[in-house]
Design a protein around this ligand. Sequence first.
Ligand code: C2E
Ligand code: CA
Ligand code: CA
Length: 699
Amino acid sequence: MAEPGNGSRRPVAGAVGGWWFWAWVAFCGLLAVLLLGLSVSRLTADEAVALGAPFALIAGLVLIAELRPVVTAGAYDPQGVTISTAFVFAILFYWGPWPALLVHGLGVVLGEIAKRKPVWKIVFNTGQYVGSLAVSALILWLAGLRPTPTHPSGDIDAHTLLVMAVSWAAYFLMNLAMVATAISLRTGTRWWDDFVDDIDYYAITTFAVLALSPVVVVVTKASWGLIPLLLLPLFLVYKTASISLEKEHAAMHDALTGLANRKRLIEMMALAGEEAGRTGGAVALCLLDLDRFKEINDTLGHHTGDRLLEIAANRLARAVRPEDTVARLGGDEFAVLLTDVKGPADALEAAERIRGLLSEPFHLDGMALQVETSIGVALHPEHTDSVPRLLQLADVAMYQAKEERTGVELYRQERDIHTPDRLDLLGSVRRAIENDELEMHFQPAVSVPAGRPVGVEALVRWNHPERGLIFPDVFLDLVEQSGLMRQLTHLVLAKSLARAAQWWHAGIEVPVAVNVSVRDLSDAKFADVVAGLLREHDLPAQALKLEITEHVLMADPGRMTHALESIGRLGVDLSLDDFGTGYSSLVHLKRLPVSELKVDRSFVQRMTSDPDDAAIVRSIVDLGHSLGLRVVAEGVETIESWHALEALGCDLAQGYLISRPVPGDEVIRWLAAHVATGDAAGNAMQPVHPAPEAVAARP
Ligand code: C2E
Ligand code: CA
Ligand code: CA
């Protein structure tokens, strides 16, 4: 039988049931004391003598068997029927209720103590088993089967077998009911759900064991010395049951953490979906992924990685209610299924709580490791009618949370590339590249505090025939997924260098900065392509700068360093984009051939309102300078941030305050105007162009 807090439900560590639960435990304890007291007082000395050697043998086997429950103790311990129950029932049929109750009670107490169960559990389990046996005894008594030690039962015929079978069923149901009561009082789950949970499995194992009890009786009567021979079939029942149970458990659970696996999660999702359909509630699925896990696994070893996953699993299991399901889907990916949520706000709150728990340091190998978590949340029926689809939708949201480094994201259809709208776009990116629908806009960067133009960043736009201007954050991942990134970069480089050639050949020697992705850098011929394009446009290497985002670079610094070095050899400057959002190690930073750090715009935008962000910008500026690098602030939108950057000694600034990204002709005019005046400090403060993008709505 399952015991409270065990079985297929995860234990709620530290959870303590309310008063009703404790009252129930106390009641079971009283029941045990009462029944066992009664047994002792009802057994006369004559009867005890009459029991004799066969009884001593069977009672001894009960105690041995109690110390070997069907399932070995481990992460999963449903405390199944022990093979001792067959002997207990044999005693019941042959010598009557009092010796049976005594032996059963003693067996349970010793067995539980051996397993080091807490006192309340020993008390409860004793009452549970002894109480259930008392019900069986009552049924035998009512049916007229009333053996005593001095008058053991006679032959077993069809009638007695039938009565026995009824008494087994009574024992089984009573046992289950008492456990279900304890679980539902302790954890607040529904009594019926607990009652039927795994009932088929328990029924089979219980009856398989109990059906052997008449055989024990027959052997006892015929020739009790043969009783030990019965151990073999009983042991086989035991073994079969435990193997099948372990198999079933393994098929549904993750071996490392003991959490549910994907298969079980899907089952639980289906159940939760049905339930929500009945009650009109909602089901939320949170998918989460530990952001730096791979790094930890690689640097500290799999053993530490595994330990971290175990601790994380433990925290997750504790973070949710017992009716929720926590699953590990593989690697560092976990899922939490929240049943019966009120709506998105409810689910987001739970997700934030989970994230908070996982952000606490993990103490491993004497270190305190910090792990960030990205969580995607999707709800049924809010986001989809189909419950299995929640997995996909939560995955999309998780990806978003990772990309935007926001930690937790709710699924939003408009950002899902799998929606028909995005599928349509996906189909047309190739066409966009072939039909020359991509165009470049350019955003200048100026020196601080002089405001002299010192660079121009090329930003790609898709001029879609029907939809108008589409921004890169909408279509770049489509390009990536279609395997077209190299083609896009090639195109972007060609267009940007063609423009830059116009201003360079007009004597304005300001480099153009092009954003490149990892995919480009892993192309062995990338440096050659760049060199070829520079030659084609008759430009020196100083006319080009390449921007690589920090987190992309740091994902695999070893491999990247090689690619970057060959670019560095060309004389092309490298800039580390979105700096502050990744995890650059100083060692790598020093080795990389970069000449510039671009402070991520999220810090710059908040630096005048949030002291933490101001501190981050300050330390990036200081770090950059101590490594001999230029520091650029992007996303400079207000004059206040400009002044703050000036005070920090930041070298360059880029942002709407200076200019929005504008088409090629316009940027040339802008450059001409500001290079010519040589001033621009004053002018830089006023956006010179109303800029087309000020009006183009962002998707
Ligand atoms: P990024 O490299 O960080 O580019 C800066 C982004 O910030 C641009 O968005 C720019 O329009 C925007 N921005 C500039 N100043 C301000 C400001 O003052 N306030 C605010 N709120 N935003 C400002 P955009 O053009 O939408 O580009 C988004 C991202 O797409 C870029 O981020 C870059 O990572 C990527 N990207 C753009 N063009 C290309 C390209 O040609 N190739 C590749 N591989 N990636 C590109
Ligand atoms: Ca950039
Ligand atoms: Ca950036």
